[in-house]
Design a binder for this molecule. Structure first.
Ligand SMILES: Cc1cc2nc3c(=O)[nH]c(=O)nc-3n(C[C@H](O)[C@H](O)[C@H](O)COP(=O)(O)O)c2cc1C
Length: 372
């Protein structure tokens, strides 16, 4: 069985465990001629990394990418690109206490039942350390999408526990450790997280991602739906319990006359669909929203079971994120990028000769009535 790969023409395989010597990925199907250098990965890996603020896990990895194959004289050659990042700050002794226990809410029990054996160090393969490689692969996809199609992908934290943004300005998202779109609220978020960390508890979060500039035609009806692929990719991220495309579950309470996105010559007048109709992109911005559950590794003791079925007190020490959603924005962006690039390649393979079909309706009216 291989469930460590995804994508059809752009195929990404990740490998490695949280406390193994290294993690890595193989990105196969990349068109030749994409310029890639190790420093291209730095910014997004830094955005995902732990230990950069007190609001995330204190583990501090250097996350230096080694390009092992598929790149010659700075450009992809069309052969598999293998990327490797060495783990340098693993502290496996932190996990000795819970090695034989099942953390409620974590993957320990499910892995144990499936495989009959498990690597407990740092969560092994179930650790979000794996998502580092998704972000690395996503850097290449983002680059290709931007250069080839002018696609821009941006994520932000759209809810932290019960707190929602009281304003919306995407230009401030990169200036704060929460990827929060309202700068004035950041001190309140800091205070909230400080109190949460002190309490030993954790909280959930929501991340939104928008991809602008996606042309119409990507995705396919029935089993190849773009929204289906986005949902599967985003749902594959650790701790994700829900994915919405466009208005998602809010559509339930809407009327058809409200939900339909009216088309005028100057552009779509709204974007309730999230840029996908019939499984195919419409040229509107592609909008997704992702729900993250609260972290399950807690300092708060709870009665649980160990691998022998004996009752034990489960307490998780070690370094953990009090809110996993805070670092998840670049991971969600990467998954959206990888899906979009894969779909772009699939569309090119089947429909590359179709060309631009009139009338081409702008995704949004030029200015003013942008609705997200
Ligand atoms: C960015 C990120 C960081 C995470 N950090 C932690 C953590 O520090 N401690 C923890 O118990 N779970 C953490 N998780 C969640 C676990 O990896 C996840 O809950 C676990 O693998 C079980 O899988 P499931 O929640 O998808 O069912 C993190 C998830 C993400 C996306």
């Amino acid at each position: 069985m291989s469930d460590n790969s995804f994508g059809r023409l752009l195929r990404v395989t990740t490998f490695g465990e949280s406390h193994g010597p290294a993690i890595g990925c193989v990105v196969d199907g990349l068109p030749p001629g994409i310029a890639i250098a190790p420093e291209d990965f730095r910014q997004d890996l830094e955005r995902r990394a732990t230990g950069r603020t007190r609001h995330t896990s204190a583990r501090r990895e250097s996350d230096e990418v080694e390009i092992l194959s598929g790149v010659y004289e700075g450009v992809t050659t069309g052969t598999p690109v293998a990327l490797l990042i060495r783990n340098t700050d693993a502290r496996s002794k932190d996990y000795s206490r819970i090695a034989a226990q099942f953390r409620p809410g974590h993957a320990d029990y499910a892995y144990w039942q499936k495989y009959g054996v498990r690597d407990p160090r740092g969560g092994g393969r179930s650790s979000a350390r794996e998502t580092t490689m998704r972000v690395a692969a996503g850097v290449i996809a983002k680059k290709w999408l931007a250069e080839r199609h002018g696609v821009r992908i941006q994520g932000w934290l759209s809810q932290l526990g019960a707190i929602v943004p009281e304003g919306f300005d995407l230009s401030v998202v990169e200036d704060n450790p929460f990827f929060w779109p309202h700068a004035e609220q950041v001190p309140a978020l800091e205070a909230y997280m400080d109190a949460l960390r002190k309490s030993g508890d954790s909280v959930g979060a929501r991340v939104d991602v928008i991809a602008e500039g996606v042309p119409p035609g990507w995705g396919a009806p029935i089993y190849g739906k773009l929204d289906g692929a986005l949902a599967a990719a985003l749902m594959s991220i650790n701790a994700v319990k829900g994915v919405e495309v466009g208005d998602g579950f809010a559509s339930v309470a809407q009327s058809g006359s409200e939900h339909r996105d009216v088309m005028h010559a100057d552009g779509f007048q709204s974007n309730h669909a999230g840029g996908v109709l019939g499984g195919i992109s419409t040229g509107q911005p592609v909008r997704c929203s992702v729900a993250f559950k609260p972290t399950s590794s807690l300092r708060l003791p709870v009665e649980g079971l160990d691998v022998h079925g004996d009752v034990v007190e489960v307490v998780t020490t070690g370094r953990h994120d009090p809110c996993v959603g805070i670092r998840a924005t670049p991971i969600c962006e990467a998954m959206v990028a990888l899906v979009l690039m894969d779909q772009a390649l699939v569309h090119r393979a089947q429909c590359g000769d179709v060309g631009e079909v009139p009338p081409r309706i702008p995704g949004e009216p030029a200015e003013g009535s942008k609705k997200r």
